[in-house]
Design a protein around this ligand. Structure first.
Ligand SMILES: Nc1ncnc2c1ncn2[C@@H]1O[C@H](COP(=O)(O)OP(=O)(O)OP(=O)(O)O)[C@@H](O)[C@H]1O
Ligand SMILES: [Mg+2]
Length: 219
């Protein structure tokens, strides 16, 4: 599903944020990407969505090389990829249901379908009673669930989640992990970046370890 060959990424010259990354993520797998702050976890996820560009190497997503992808093709790539950002990135002036509807509006789904899908996914994350609220009226854990609902509303082939349990207590973290597990069971390939040791120990998913931009473990 995702393949990387000798991938390098540098924000500044002579300072690689990622160095010689070789990685294969099978379709339908659930992979934890770990490592200390600054190791390059977010950068690696951003390469997959073309939010950042590799300086060298090959990246295949669904068999397609995205390193030299045309700018106009990026929206098509993102249609199949749900993203949960480290800082949620919810639109505070839109209601919860309107936030979740956004990916479907962008691809021009009908009003009826948008409403149906947005409602269903919000029910799935247990927020059907909050659809008319605004993000800032929700707790951190609830906002995170909205971000996950928005990422999943379009049944993406790939879900990239950057520290989705970052600031949450144990109960909320477990709830988020359960939502992701269910999405994975339904076929979504998941890559989750985290430095939460508990998460790594409690769930028996494949762990890819990064340190200073290099893969130091992969099992
Ligand atoms: N926009 C940027 N401009 C310049 N350097 C950056 C930028 N974003 C990240 N970096 C640098 O790239 C390296 C990797 O950062 P990255 O955000 O990928 O780490 P991370 O593993 O996600 O860390 P964290 O656990 O804190 O989220 C760091 O040295 C960081 O300072
Ligand atoms: Mg990060």
């Amino acid at each position: 599903m995702i393949e990387m060959y000798h991938v390098y990424m540098a924000y500044q010259r002579d300072a690689n944020a990622l160095e010689d990354i070789n990685l294969k993520i099978e379709k339908g797998s659930f992979v934890l990407l770990t490592g200390p702050s600054g190791a390059g976890k977010s950068t690696l996820l951003k390469l997959i969505t073309c939010q950042e560009k590799a300086t060298k190497g090959q990246i295949l997503v669904g068999g397609r090389n995205i390193v030299r992808i045309r700018h106009s093709s990026i929206p098509y790539l993102r249609r199949n990829t749900g993203i949960v950002f480290q800082d949620f990135k919810l639109l505070n002036k839109r209601t919860i249901i309107d936030n979740v509807s956004l990916p479907l509006e962008i691809i021009g789904k009908s009003r009826k379908e948008i409403k149906h899908k947005a409602w269903n996914v919000l029910k799935m994350v247990g927020l059907q009673h909050k659809i008319a609220s605004y993000p800032l009226q929700l707790s951190g854990g609830e906002q995170q669930r909205v971000a996950i609902a928005r990422a999943l509303v379009n049944d993406p082939a790939i879900l990239l989640a950057d520290e989705p349990t970052g600031n949450l207590d144990k109960e909320n973290s477990e709830y988020i992990m359960e939502l992701l597990r269910r999405a994975n069971t339904k076929g979504t390939t998941i890559m989750l970046a985290t430095h939460d040791k508990n998460l790594i120990e409690n769930y028996h998913y494949r762990v890819v370890g990064l340190e200073k931009g290099k893969i130091i473990s992969n099992g």
